[in-house]
Each structure stands twice: as structure tokens, then as C-alpha cells.
Design a protein around this ligand. Structure first.
Ligand code: ZN
Length: 526
């Protein structure tokens, strides 16, 4: 028979307590798969998927249906304190947990229970962290941050953020009491949580940048926040004299940073920024750099080459860099660009020139294959800026515009206007059918006041276009253009040419009476 969940919970309070106790000891929050089942169970309850309840009086048992993509049926026997589920799992699956939790939550706080369940694990961690060695710290922090690793990409960002903030709370009592150790512990913690969350974060933010979903913003914020906190603790440590006992901890950081930066994928810019943060602020000495370089030499990835090239930049070793850029290809342009930007920001012109020279043959292909259409104009401007900063010749910069095509029109237009090459500028506007509004925002005004004859044919095209629209408003716009052309003609001493031209326009369109009126008002002859 049907029975409400409140009534069942009321009638079997003590049996439910036994179930809850069994769960408490059977499952451990530190074990990935078990913590995941608990989280899933909580989600099932939150989504209202548990129920309806049917009571089987013959066996003192309830039958509960869990609605979902694949509905399951759970049988809970109060007589025998036993459970069954149609999902086929022989241990505590999320469905069975959901039913027990649901019953328990009728008269108790499930949140409190979960908190308590997680705390027992935290106490175990406290004991192991009391030993002050890098290994003990790494061991505990790896376990603490483990739940973040198991969050599936399909899971809502809210779940990820929630799990991360739970871990944030759990780490507080683990932190050392002595203030001088706190920043170092915080640093270890941030590196661990960043590494643990990376698969989820990079899965959402990396790769196809066009994809958008509403939770992306949360994930982005999380990443920015972690990187900020990491930077803060590096600054806090860098500013203080080192404790003698901390030496071993500092040595281990190098491995942690290298592993995080090199052995994760996607979002290279961010990983590279973490790597630089440590090597520039925490270990800014040549000797340490050389040790690191020896280790990097054994790494095969192109990203490792960038890290080596980064030290070449810091140490001013241009010949080492020249060898490294041999590996540049269309596939790794994106990997090399962050280093180019870094060289630009340091005004290391020679380094930047070496990198850009190597990148140049692949820029065109990379643009077409990998840069999303919407980002291309920005990309072209960026590359042209880097070439300029690297002291490339004007000819070399200009020759690149042929590869950029339409994506580069804006930048090329600016390039031509800056050099007062208005005839070519006008030809570019023609060729790509740039609208009058865009041309006006670009170089039209400067061209008209400097070299009006260069843009006459272009203005003519626009004016004819307006006339074709055949309405009073567009006629006025055409006449406005004619006025500009008139001033330009006067300035360049082409009075006769102008009068012939405007008469011809009038003659050709004399049947458009509204246009004739507007032209009359415009007083267009010279
Ligand atoms: Zn199940």
C-alpha cells in the first residue's frame, strides 16, 4: 500500500538509525568512488527523484522507485535490515543511499550527518600531518583534494565549486600553528587543489573556446581565484627569510610545480604563468635554474622546450633559443606565443625577433586552422604588434597581410593610413566591400584632408550605392558625400573635372525627382 515518507520514517526510526550507522562505517569520505556515490545520493534527493513509497506489510519492507534517466527500484527490509537495488550493484549504490538518507532527513539534518561523517576522516588526516615532512604534507593534501579529481565533466559547475569549498573548510584545521609555516602550507595546498581541479577546469575552459554554457563563468572565476591565492602565498614566502627546516619543502615545490605545469593539458598560458611565478619569485638564482634546466632536458614535449626557452630569455642565451625554435611548426604556434608576449613585455627585442622569425612561416596556416573566425582580427593585430616590437621591416610586416585575408583588413587599413598610402587604402576598401560607416571610422577623414583624389573613386562607389537605395534619406546621404567630394576637388584644383562629373551624375539620374531636389539644395557645382 502507498504510505507517506514521513510516516515510514516515524514508524521505523530506530531501524533507520541502524542503516545510517552501517553506512557511516562502510563508506569513507577519502575514498573516491564511495564519496561519489554519497554525492550522487544527495543529488537524487535534491532533485526530488526519490519516491513514491510503497509499503509491503507481509515483509515489513518498503519499495521505492527512483525516477531518473534510468529508473531504479530499491527495496528496504526493516525486518532483516537489508537492502536491494535493481541497478545491479552489490554494495551501497547511490539509490540505496538516497532512500536511507531521504528517510533519515525527514526528522534529522542530513547536512549535519554528512559533516560529521567527513570530520572523522579529517581527524585521521590531522594525525598524519602532525609529522612535518614534505611527504606527509603531500600525502594528506593529495587525499584531501582527491574528491575534485573524480568530478565528471558532465557534472554541474555548482557541484565542483561546492566540493572545492568543502575542501577549503577541511584544510583550515590542518594548517600549522606557527605563522612562519603557514604561507608554505598554503602554497602546498593551492598547488594540490589546482592540480586536482585541473581536469574539470580545463575540460570546460580549454580547447574549443567557442562553446559557451552558463556555468563557464563560475569555473573561470574559480581558476582566477586559485591563481590569485597562489600568487599571494608565493609573494608572502618570497618576502620572508627562509627557515632552515623549510629547505626540504622548497626543494619539493620544484617537483610539484613542474609536474603541475608540464603534465597537465590545455590552458598552457595559465600553466606557464604558474611555472614562471615560482622560478622568478621563489627561486631567482642561476644555480637553481641550471639544475632545473638539466631536468627539463629529459622532457620531450614542446611545452618543456618553451620552459627551457623561458630560462634562455631570463639568462639572455640567444644561441640556445635559436636552437629551440627549430621545433616550431603550425601545430605549436599557440604554445610559443605566450613566450613571445613575455619577451615583448620585457622589451627583449632580440629574443622576440628570434621567436617571431621562427613563427612567421606558420602564422598563415595557424590562423586558418586554429583561430576561431571571431578572434581572427584580434589575432592579426596581436601578431602585427609583435612583429613591430621585434623590429621587423615594414615590408616583412606588410607581406603578412596577404596571408591574413579578410581577417586582416582592419589592421592593414590602419597600417596604410599611418603611412598615408591612401590610394592603396581606398583599393583595400573596394576589394573587401568595406561599408561606408566602417571606412569613415577608419581612414576616410584623414584621406579626404590629405589626399582627396586618392579616395574619389571610393566615394563615388558609396554615393552610387546610396542612390540605388532610392529613398529620400539615402539621397541626402549621397549629397553629403558629393559635398565632401566637391571640397576635395576644389582643394586639389580639379574644378572642371568636378563640374563635369556632377553634371553627368545629374543627367544620368534626372528622373529621380527627389534626388534632383536634394542635389539642388546641396549646391554642388563649383
Ligand atoms: Zn542501485
Amino acid at each position: 500500500m502507498q504510505m507517506t515518507v514521513e510516516r515510514i520514517s516515524y514508524l521505523h526510526e530506530s531501524e533507520i538509525d541502524i542503516f545510517m550507522n552501517t553506512i557511516k562505517h562502510a563508506l569513507q569520505p577519502g575514498i573516491d568512488t564511495e564519496a561519489l556515490e554519497v554525492r550522487r545520493a544527495v543529488t537524487l534527493i535534491r532533485n526530488g527523484s526519490v519516491g513514491p513509497y510503497r509499503f509491503d506489510t507481509s515483509d515489513d519492507a518498503v519499495l521505492v522507485t527512483l525516477l531518473g534517466v534510468e529508473s531504479e527500484h530499491v527495496r528496504l527490509s526493516f525486518d532483516r535490515i537489508a537492502t536491494n537495488c535493481t541497478c545491479g550493484s552489490d554494495t551501497w549504490c547511490s539509490h540505496r543511499l538516497a532512500v536511507v538518507f531521504h528517510l533519515y532527513s525527514q526528522f534529522h539534518s542530513l547536512t549535519d550527518w554528512l559533516h560529521e561523517w567527513r570530520r572523522t576522516d579529517a581527524q585521521k588526516m590531522m594525525l598524519s600531518i602532525s609529522e612535518r615532512t614534505p611527504k606527509a604534507w603531500i600525502n594528506v593534501l593529495s587525499r584531501l583534494t582527491l574528491p575534485l579529481r573524480s568530478i565528471s565533466l558532465t557534472e554541474n559547475p555548482g557541484v565542483f565549486i561546492h566540493e572545492s569549498s568543502l575542501i577549503d573548510q577541511k584544510v583550515v584545521p590542518l594548517s600549522p600553528f606557527e605563522w612562519e609555516w603557514k604561507p608554505l602550507f598554503e602554497l602546498y595546498y593551492r598547488l594540490h587543489i589546482l592540480d586536482a581541479g585541473w581536469t574539470y577546469v580545463s575540460g570546460h575552459l580549454g580547447g574549443d573556446t567557442k562553446s559557451f554554457f552558463h556555468g563557464k563563468w563560475y569555473v573561470q572565476n574559480w581558476l582566477v581565484e586559485q591563481l590569485d591565492k597562489l600568487r599571494d602565498s608565493v609573494t608572502a614566502i618570497g618576502a620572508k627569510p627562509k627557515l632552515f627546516e623549510a629547505d626540504a619543502f622548497h626543494e619539493h615545490i620544484k617537483d610539484l610545480v613542474r609536474t603541475f605545469s608540464l603534465h597537465n593539458s590545455e590552458l598552457f598560458d595559465e600553466r606557464f604563468s604558474v611555472y614562471r611565478l615560482f622560478w622568478q619569485h621563489l627561486f631567482p638564482m642561476d644555480a637553481a635554474w641550471n639544475d632545473e634546466l638539466a631536468i627539463l632536458a629529459n622532457e620531450k614535449s614542446e611545452e618543456a622546450h618553451i620552459f627551457i626557452a623561458f630560462f634562455s630569455l631570463l639568462q639572455g642565451k640567444h644561441d640556445q633559443l635559436s636552437k629551440l625554435v627549430d621545433n616550431v611548426s603550425a601545430d605549436n604556434v599557440a604554445t610559443w606565443l605566450p613566450l613571445a608576449h613575455l619577451a615583448e613585455s620585457y622589451e627583449e627585442t632580440e629574443t622576440l625577433a628570434i621567436i617571431m622569425k621562427a613563427l612567421l612561416p606558420f602564422i598563415g596556416d595557424y590562423l586558418k586552422q586554429d583561430v576561431p573566425l571571431a578572434n581572427r582580427p584580434f589575432f592579426v593585430r596581436d601578431i602585427d604588434g609583435l612583429l613591430e616590437a621585434a623590429d621587423f621591416s615594414e615590408e616583412a610586416r606588410e607581406s603578412m597581410f596577404a596571408y591574413y585575408g579578410e581577417s586582416g583588413v582592419d589592421v592593414y587599413a590602419d597600417f596604410l593610413v599611418e603611412r598615408e598610402r591612401f590610394t592603396e587604402w581606398a583599393a583595400l576598401m573596394h576589394r573587401y566591400g568595406v561599408s561606408y560607416e566602417e571606412a569613415e571610422e577608419g581612414g576616410l577623414k584623414v584621406a579626404l584632408s590629405t589626399e582627396p583624389t586618392a579616395v574619389m573613386p571610393l566615394l563615388h562607389t558609396y554615393a552610387m550605392h546610396f542612390i540605388k537605395e532610392k529613398n529620400r534619406h539615402s539621397y541626402r546621404r549621397a549629397v553629403k558625400l558629393f559635398k565632401k567630394m566637391k571640397i576635395g576637388s576644389k582643394k586639389s584644383g580639379k574644378t572642371d573635372f568636378w563640374n563635369q562629373y556632377i553634371d553627368a551624375v545629374r543627367e544620368k539620374n534626372r528622373r529621380l525627382r527627389a534626388l534632383m531636389e536634394e542635389m539642388e539644395k546641396g549646391n554642388l557645382n563649383l
